[in-house]
Write a protein that binds this ligand. Structure first.
Ligand code: IPM
Ligand code: MG
Length: 360
């Protein structure tokens, strides 16, 4: 087993260090190799996704990723911005299926911005399509160097695009996830989110998801417009089981859902291709405002390492060990600043990682 470690920018290096600590404590004989990605890679190599980094990621069984991005790169031409690193990895490795669980850990229900009774026990899985949609359609704008220059242009556009096979494969992923969850006692329901009342891509999305759904008679399927879905998520989030949606809507809804759980700092994510190769990263971003202060929450990254063991490295028992260790640490009352409340103990990034290692 070989994994690529790509810490990236902002708090990335600190939180990834803690996840590596946890992986090393498990002593599974995983080979790890690090490389620069994002803004730091641009600074050293002139590109956010240098060829050597892409090669390492492509050849590894899995990628453990921190985060990319910093305001100091806002003026760069788009193709050189740190965000292009993660988009490039998703596209090159064909990581079309993004799993973003929103789980409310019992100990943290009080940290949610919603009433505890609305979120206690919350367990939603957002399945976001990750390599299509307006993210990868033809753009044109006054800063789009790849598309020629439009000096002084007062108009810009992006193209929202989906094809039937792209929708089919992500729909299958969502229905299969719902089946697995049903076997574990969940509702067995897929909610497909689109904007079919306005967008042609969404009409195709709805038709294809409906057709694929016929192959899964044990799973209930319903459809919501994205504006309604955004509203329902804060009105009564526990009505959802699996949500499947396109790249852009999934980006937005997954941030919304994550915050229902009390802290975006707790949530892992997995981006998978058809070969079980995956990129695992916290759902949150690079948080440059708190970088280097040893206050960031490393648990989302540690839990992403657990997902990596489960999804890409075939190590279910080790994944469960990490998840149990995190539960234990939370039950003991240890909290980083983002989830700290009265009656709990506030610890730093590295202390939290040490606590998880000790619990292991
Ligand atoms: C995410 C992020 C990325 C996205 C950015 C950094 C390109 O917001 O992973 O949700 O929009 O997909
Ligand atoms: Mg996002």
């Amino acid at each position: 087993m070989k994994i690529a470690i790509l810490p990236g920018d902002g708090i990335g290096p600190e939180i990834v260090d803690e996840a590596v600590k946890v992986l090393e404590a498990l002593d599974l004989g995983i080979e790890m190799e690090s490389a620069l990605v994002g803004g730091v890679a641009y600074q050293v190599h002139g590109h956010p996704l240098p060829p050597a980094t892409l090669k390492l990621a492509t050849e590894a069984d899995a990628v453990l990723f921190g985060a990319v991005g910093d305001w100091k790169y806002d003026q760069l031409e788009r193709s050189l911005r740190p965000e292009q690193a993660i988009l490039g990895l998703r596209k090159s490795l064909e990581l079309f299926a993004n799993f973003r669980p929103a789980i409310c850990h019992a100990a943290l229900a009080g940290a949610s911005s919603l009433r505890p009774d609305l979120v206690a026990g919350l367990d939603i899985l957002i399945v976001r399509e990750l390599t299509g949609d307006v993210y990868f359609g033809q753009p044109r704008g006054h800063r789009t160097a790849t598309d020629g220059h439009f000096p002084g242009s007062e108009e810009a556009f992006d193209t929202m695009r989906y094809s039937r096979p792209e929708i089919e494969r992500i729909a299958h992923v969502a229905f299969e996830a719902a089946q697995k969850r049903k076997a574990a006692g969940r509702a067995g329901r897929v909610t497909s989110v689109d904007k079919a009342n306005v967008l042609e891509t969404s009409q195709l999305w709805r038709d294809v998801v409906t057709q694929v759904g016929l192959q899964y008679p044990d799973i209930a399927l319903d459809h919501l417009y994205v504006d309604n879905a955004a509203m329902q998520l804060v009105r009564s989030p526990k009505q959802f089981d699996v949500i499947v949606t396109g790249n852009l809507f999934g980006d937005i809804l997954s941030d919304e859902a994550s915050m229902l759980t009390g802290s975006i700092g707790m949530l892992p994510s997995a981006s998978m291709n058809a070969r079980r190769q995956g990129l695992f990263e916290p759902s949150h971003g690079s948080a440059p405002d708190i970088a280097g202060q040893n206050i960031a929450n490393p648990l989302a990254t540690i839990l992403s390492a657990a997902m990596m063991l489960r999804f890409s490295l075939n190590h279910e028992s080790a994944a469960q060990q990490i998840e149990a260790a995190v539960q234990k640490v939370l039950a003991r009352g240890l909290r980083t600043a983002d989830i700290h409340s009265t009656g709990t103990v506030c610890v730093g990034t590295s202390q939290m990682g040490d606590a998880v290692v000790n619990a292991l």
